[in-house]
Design a protein around this ligand. Structure first.
Ligand code: G16
Length: 543
């Protein structure tokens, strides 16, 4: 079996977004598309010669084929070993852990996250570095440059590896080590949380539903919640991963996780509900009639993390993405720890975690995690909540009510306008940029603008500078609106409008978010002319 160089030419648009390259599955299946991108990654990391890599994905359509192609290319490029999850499956946090535990040189994760899967839906590929975290901007820039100049890629002619059997195999001279996907991750969780206390909760009759949304966390959730922690069978629903996620969007929010929301708001609901996404890094937390926003979940975890054994020494610091609400900032201030504000994208937390500046991070986009891996981690967040509930003996709604009484409530909502024509979305953002200087001092929908800028970030550890990360407009009374275009969509542009208002009056802690935010919503539309520029009367999704 000899490696050959297959001639190719650059394919336009292979630019990573917020989290790797996401495209329609059929694009990835087109001649040379996947191969060009994989070769560009391998070249950008300085070649694969002698390297050990991790490989796995969320099991969506084309996962199995893409893995066999990547194995042949890694072998042709001289990699020593590729460690693959059984049947090609690894959740994103489990892959991050595997890279770190195996001291690998990096890894390929095949997923388009919460985007739907199938031949006519979405696929994605990202490269994580030796620290287990997503490629930095510096590396994705190098990969992009390679995609624009590629002339050939390495390939070996070899039979498929049987990925259903754990143990060693070979592709050419390269070792392929197939590993069980759940065990190591579950063992890591056991070092962080009080499993006895959580098991005691279930033994005492505490009830829960975890909606795996037919995505990758099903096997992990069955193993952890039902097998190890003793939750009754049936606690995990939609627990069998399917290549098309059962036709749904594996996106854990009240819109797409409507089955779980129906259970939690129906007759005789369980005590606790949670869901995770396609690749297992996002989470949704919901109590009886109490949906917890991701921003509030981050803040609550910051306030209570010391109750979990892995965090008993307290937090070094916290970080949140810029559009995430300032709820966690208030906890950090009270605890006297640093709070960092980064651009959207988990990759920006890596240097802070590596430097020990923070030990808890989170994003409004349903992501929470800590220094245990370098990705956000859906089941980690669920176990953290269970640990907090077990330690305090309080329900989700009691915990949130106490939290708001202590720190105030940052009312929050995100409005998404999906598949907007790219020109119109760019036009809206350009017009906003043009207005920024004149906004401070103006009163709009009864709110006086105090600041307006376009967010840029200087990484305090590696000194890298990142600009153009969203337009933020602050108002008197700690209200804010942020406008950003998503970097994970595959069709047109998605305009995200993030709305926030701090409420300190104890009598006003229980309003519906949209009602509390009415003035901010109105100001956002007046400033950006959303209806008029996009032709949309209402957002497609409110979370
Ligand atoms: C990815 C990133 C997150 C980011 C999210 C939304 O999540 O890892 O850091 O917050 O996309 O990004 P955008 O607003 O640009 O669509 P995931 O779960 O899709 O990998």
């Amino acid at each position: 079996m000899t490696a050959t160089q297959i001639p190719t030419s650059p394919i336009a648009g292979q630019k990573a977004g917020t989290s790797g390259l996401r495209r329609k599955t059929r694009d990835f299946m087109a001649p040379h598309f996947l191969e060009n991108y994989v070769q560009s990654i391998l070249t950008a990391i300085g070649g694969a010669q002698g390297k050990r890599l991790v490989l796995g994905g969320d099991g969506r359509f084309f996962n199995d084929r893409a893995i066999q192609i990547i194995l042949r290319m890694a072998a042709a490029n001289g990699a020593t070993e590729v460690i693959v999850g059984q049947n090609g499956i690894l959740s994103t946090p489990a892959a991050s852990h595997m890279i770190r535990m195996q001291k690998a040189d990096g890894g390929f994760i095949l997923s388009a996250s919460h985007n739907p899967g199938g031949e006519d839906e979405d696929f994605g590929l990202k490269f994580n570095m030796a620290n287990g975290g997503p490629a930095t901007e510096a590396l994705t820039d190098k990969i992009l440059a390679q995609t624009q100049s590629i002339t050939s890629y390495g390939m070996i002619d070899a039979p498929d590896v049987d990925l259903s059997v754990c143990g060693p195999a070979t592709v050419g001279d390269m070792t392929v080590t197939v590993v069980e996907s759940v065990t190591d991750y579950a063992a890591l969780m056991e070092t962080l949380f009080d499993f006895d206390a959580i098991a005691g909760l279930f033994a005492g009759g505490f009830t829960m539903r975890f909606d795996a949304m037919h995505a990758v966390t099903g096997p992990y959730a069955h193993a952890l919640l039902e097998d190890r922690l003793g939750a009754p069978k049936g606690t995990v629903i939609n627990g069998t991963p399917l290549p098309d996620f059962g036709g749904g969007h594996p996106d854990p929010n009240p819109i797409w996780a409507h089955e779980l929301m129906g259970i939690m708001t129906g007759d005789n609901p369980p005590d606790f509900g949670a869901a995770s996404d396609g690749d297992g890094d996002r989470n949704m937390i919901v109590g009886r009639g109490a949906y917890v926003t991701p921003s509030d979940s981050l803040a609550l975890i910051a306030a209570h993390a010391h109750r979990a054994p892995g965090y008993g020494q307290g937090l070094a610091g916290v970080a949140r993405s810029m559009p995430t609400s300032a709820a966690v900032d208030r906890v950090a201030a009270a605890k006297g720890i640093d709070c960092y504000e980064t651009p959207t994208g988990w990759k920006f937390f890596g240097s802070l975690l590596d430097a020990g500046k923070v030990s808890l991070c989170g994003e409004e986009s349903a992501g929470t995690g800590s220094g245990h891996v370098r990705e956000k981690d859906g089941l980690w967040a669920v176990l953290m909540w269970l640990n907090i509930i077990a330690a305090t003996g309080k329900s989700v709604s009691e915990l949130m009510a106490d939290h708001w009484a202590t720190y105030g409530r940052n009312y929050y909502s995100r409005h998404d306008y999906e598949a907007v024509e790219t020109d119109k979305a760019n036009g809206l953002m350009d017009a906003l940029r043009g207005k920024l200087a004149g906004l401070p001092g103006q009163t709009i929908a009864g709110l006086t603008v105090t600041m307006a800028d376009e967010f840029a970030y200087d990484d305090p550890v590696d000194g890298s500078h990142t600009s153009g990360q969203g337009i933020r407009i602050g108002f008197e009374g700690d209200a804010r609106v942020v406008f950003r275009l998503s970097g994970t969509g595959t069709q047109g542009a998605t305009l995200r409008v993030y709305l926030e208002l701090l409420e300190l009056d104890p009598a006003k802690m229980d309003l519906p978010a949209e009602e509390a935010l009415a003035a901010v919503i109105s100001a956002a539309d007046q400033i950006a002319g959303i209806k008029e520029r996009t032709g949309r009367e209402t957002p497609d999704v409110k979370t």
